[in-house]
Design a protein. Sequence first.
Length: 231
Amino acid sequence: MKECLLTLSTAFIITVSFANTQGKESQISSLPQNEDTAYTRVITERAAKIVVTLGLPDSAAFYRVRETIAGQYRALNNIDNNRDARIKQAKEQSGTDKAALDSAKKHIGDETDTQIANLHAQFLSRLGKELTPQQVDKVKDGLTYGVLPLTYHAYQDELPNLTDAQKTQILTWLTEAREYAMDAGSSKEKHAWFGKYKGRINNYLSKEGYDMKKAEADWMQRIKDRKASGG
């Protein structure tokens, strides 16, 4: 496990643990057999760590869901590889024609987004046939290092006087961020989605009257006091 600092405001950070998956979570699909076997082992083990948290009734269900999640890793991997290869080819073909390259990148990006959106829907449909909505949420959290619950808890801990409406809005945006993050190809890209939505949340809370800098300073002091008291 590695530690990653997630910014909630300019200086507002929380420490969260996430799986040791730095760098791009993709592998060239045409790898030599031994490397592809290693990649398959990695994504299968990663999927198993998620499935073990679900409390499935039997080993058959465990293996079915594990293979569904591992298959999603591989499918996203293939889409990313195809996108990267196409962009590389576009760069070679466009030469110094920046307008042509920009147009090609946009076209490739739009097609990739459509492929990912379709894959996302298919993946959730497959999971829905095996799991309850609560278990599906656990899978989503597993795919995104548990950033949603950790961040949601951090906001409530930092701002204990949040109203129910404010909590609902925060959770809604973090949930939306998770939907995008679960399809991202690297840990950096996954966290970037949450970072984007945390910026939106912080702006919202500032408009709601919270002094985020002061709230952060007060929160950090409370954390220090808890540690000092053994809490």
